[in-house]
Design a protein around this ligand. Structure first.
Ligand code: GLA
Length: 728
């Protein structure tokens, strides 16, 4: 519920469990007063204390009063050059070369339903589900306008924000920093959690105290990156899974980003998030508009688990879209680790027939089916079937696979081009390259200039033909390198700073076109695994391959970190061969399946190489996955242990919203001789409900939660168990 109290010029944004508040001060500055547990709506303006602080300048309206300074006030959208020396959200280059912007309140509107952003992904909500507040600010001296958007989802405890900048003056203005949101939290003792890593080791949580000065994570790779996810958490020092105040902020965007946490001279904490200002310069002629992408925020007064569950619900129901949003996703078998580039029709049919017998529902033909693509040096950009490998094209192959009772999907990497390709021969200028400078290769390939509509449309036209040529129900959209040599032949020199963002808009435009033309195709996002795992992509692709690392034990770490923001239903996860291709580690088929079930579930191996026993185990696993699907994909997720800290075992739980059923999954670490007894403690059960625990007995919820479930002893390294609890 959005409330404006005219007498005190106060905005209250209430969700079921939180309140977000800011006010308009007498000089038109927006001052942030509160974000936290739900309150009645009284103004927290009394906390805006003022003192004459040396070296903190005063706006002219203050006259001889030296106590008011933007440098010390909590602000809603702090600009630059007029008195606040903390990290701004806005930086400009005015026509006269000055860099000041001073945004003051002009007007606001409150409406039902959720705002949308043209060409950009955003959470959505029907009337009754969400409300929108728009606050118009203007710099009276240049005419630059900023409309702050707030989407309030009461039931989800979610608040979204975005900003639309418009040059309302008569001179050009360039935006050199246009972040999406600022959260000024006042003086609090907080920890910052970021999700960091590398290719094959994404989203490992890193928790550290917020210290004086600036802590920053960012990506300037053109994509979200394996190195830092565009989701961050601020939480009270002692906050844990089930207690403490926590704030989560996610950027709904898939390009360069920056998140800054700054502790000021007086201990106040500021969080800002948005597009990275690095090589960002957006030129606005009079009347022109720039929209900064959306940020989604949630606050939990009861720990990290609730914070994560708020995001999970919101992403599942109000970000993912389309045909596959609530439908059960097919159990797939992907050919990458089964065959790499080495396949032809015959081999695919053999793999398919072996997979079909185990209950696999979808065969995905990964990289290597198009152009002259026999290794990763050539062929990207040539999106036509390699008839040497697949005589007759896709139709005869897909028909035979369909006849086995399976669907069929393909891999694509539309944003890329190999120099050895027809596309590059015909259009060398379509690749991002700086004239007169040798371009940098990544995985031996170049990046296409997707800021140019004719480029992505031409690639799309090729892919569309392929998708129309056979019964294709799934596409894996990959992206396998960071952007370099970022220069476009289609933009003048002073607009090259717009290119990173325009590239992302091109990617979104092609995805939107594909979804419109093929609404029933399930698209899985991918970027060398989890390099572009973000809320922006999830608006187009309801699942994303979480990592190129399929090792079950490593995946425990990756999936643990991923779960802080993203629901199980979005996490692409497969059972692969043992020993694992990336680590050489051996784990049981059972353990690999327990881990992969905490994701979209599928296989990434050659089923022909499995023994009969393993193949019947595979069949049983697929049945189990289907049996537990409603819990795994729609249940409330809880992290019962922290695999970075707890060496004995890793455990997590999916619980039905009505608490009548739960699945507790456990994977043990290395075995020890004469080991102590281990117990796992489920969470969030109904204390008075009687649960049947598969193969063990009937117990009250409180008995199970407070007494725990004993884990079996012995059995070697990396044992695993799933405990299914069901109301009697
Ligand atoms: C990326 C993906 C893999 C696979 C290969 C194919 O690395 O993450 O799953 O599709 O590309 O080249």
């Amino acid at each position: 519920m959005i409330e404006f109290v005219a007498s005190s010029r106060l905005f209250n944004l209430h969700t079921h469990h939180t309140t977000y508040q800011f006010l308009i001060d007498p000089n038109g500055f927006l001052l942030h007063t509160y974000y936290g547990r739900r309150c009645g709506g009284d103004s927290f303006g009394y906390l805006l204390r003022q003192a004459d602080r040396g070296f903190s300048p005063n706006p002219r309206e203050a006259g001889r009063d030296r106590t008011f300074s933007l440098d010390t006030q909590p602000q809603e959208f702090p600009a630059v050059g007029v008195g606040d020396f903390r990290t701004p959200v806005l930086e400009v280059e005015n026509a006269d070369g000055s860099c000041a912007a001073d945004l003051r309140y002009v007007s606001h509107t409150i409406s039902s339903g959720k705002y949308a952003l043209e060409g950009l992904p955003a959470f959505y909500g029907e009337e009754g589900e969400a409300e929108t507040l728009e606050v118009l600010l203007r710099d009276p001296w240049t005419g630059l306008e900023a409309t702050l958007y707030y989407g309030v989802f009461p039931q989800l405890d979610l608040i979204t924000r975005a900003v639309r900048f418009q040059n309302g003056g008569s001179q050009p203005i360039a935006l050199t920093r246009a972040m999406s949101a600022c959260l000024d939290l006042g003086r609090m003792d907080l920890d910052l959690i970021t999700f960091d890593g590398y290719h094959t080791g994404e989203r490992h949580p890193c928790r550290q105290a917020v210290r004086p000065g600036l802590q920053q994570i960012s990506s300037i790779r053109g994509i979200t990156s394996h190195q830092h996810n565009n989701f961050v958490v601020l939480c009270q020092k002692d906050a844990g899974e089930t207690h403490g105040l926590c704030y989560g902020m996610a950027l709904v965007y898939s390009g360069n980003f920056e998140a800054n946490v700054e502790r000021s001279q007086f201990g106040d904490v500021r969080l800002t998030m948005g597009i990275s200002p690095w090589h960002f310069r957006f030129q606005l002629a009079p009347g022109e508009v720039f929209t900064a992408p959306e940020v989604a925020m949630t606050c939990s007064g009861s720990g990290l688990q609730t914070m994560s569950q708020n995001f999970h619900r919101a992403i599942r129901h109000n970000l993912c879209r389309g045909w596959w949003k609530t439908r059960r996703r097919p159990v797939l078998l992907n050919t990458w680790e089964a065959a790499y580039f080495d396949f032809d029709q015959q081999k695919l049919l053999e793999i398919a027939s072996s997979a079909a017998e185990t209950g696999v529902e979808l065969l995905v033909m990964d990289d290597g089916w198009f152009g002259e693509r026999n290794d990763d040096y050539e062929g990207l950009g040539d999106w036509f079937v390699n008839l040497k490998k697949l005589p007759g094209g896709l139709a005869p192959l897909v028909e035979q696979i369909n006849a086995m009772g399976m669907d069929f999907g393909i891999w694509i990497e539309p944003e890329m081009v190999s120099e050895k390709s027809r596309l590059y021969q015909e259009h060398p200028d379509w690749a991002l390259q700086i004239p007169g400078r040798p371009s940098t290769r990544g995985r031996s390939q170049l990046v296409l200039d997707f800021s140019r509509e004719e480029v992505w449309r031409s690639v799309y036209a090729q892919i569309k033909k392929v998708l129309e040529s056979a019964n294709i129900t799934y596409v894996k959209w990959d992206m396998n390198r960071s952007l370099t040599d970022v220069w476009s032949g289609a933009l003048p020199a002073q607009r090259q700073g717009e290119l990173y963002h325009r590239y992302v808009l091109g990617v979104y435009a092609m995805l939107e076109q594909m979804i419109t033309d093929f609404p029933k195709i399930l698209i899985e996002g991918c970027s060398g695994g989890g390099g572009r795992f973000d809320c922006g992509m999830l608006y187009y692709t309801p699942q994303i391959w979480a990592s190129d690392n399929t090792d079950a034990m490593d995946r425990l770490l990756i999936q643990y970190g991923t779960s802080f923001c993203y629901p199980t239903s979005t996490v692409g996860s497969h059972v692969s061969a043992s020993p694992n291709e990336q680590t050489g580690r051996r784990t049981s088929l059972q353990t690999r399946a327990v881990v992969a079930m905490s994701g979209t579930f599928g296989y990434e191996l050659d089923p022909r190489k499995l023994s009969e026993g393993e193949r019947s185990q595979m069949r049983a696993q697929i049945d189990e996955f289907k049996r537990f699907y409603h819990l795994l994909q729609d249940g409330d997720y809880a992290r019962l242990t922290n695999p970075f800290r707890d060496q004995e075992f890793t455990a997590w739980q999916h619980t039905a919203p009505d608490r009548s059923e739960a699945l507790v999954s456990v994977v043990a670490g290395m075995a020890r001789s004469n080991a102590p007894f281990r117990t796992v403690y489920p969470r969030g059960l109904d204390p008075d409900m009687i649960y049947q625990v598969d193969g063990w007995g009937c117990f009250r919820g409180d008995t199970l939660m407070y007494g725990g479930i004993p884990l079996p002893q012995g059995g070697g390294d990396y044992q695993s168990w799933q405990f299914h609890l069901k109301k009697v």
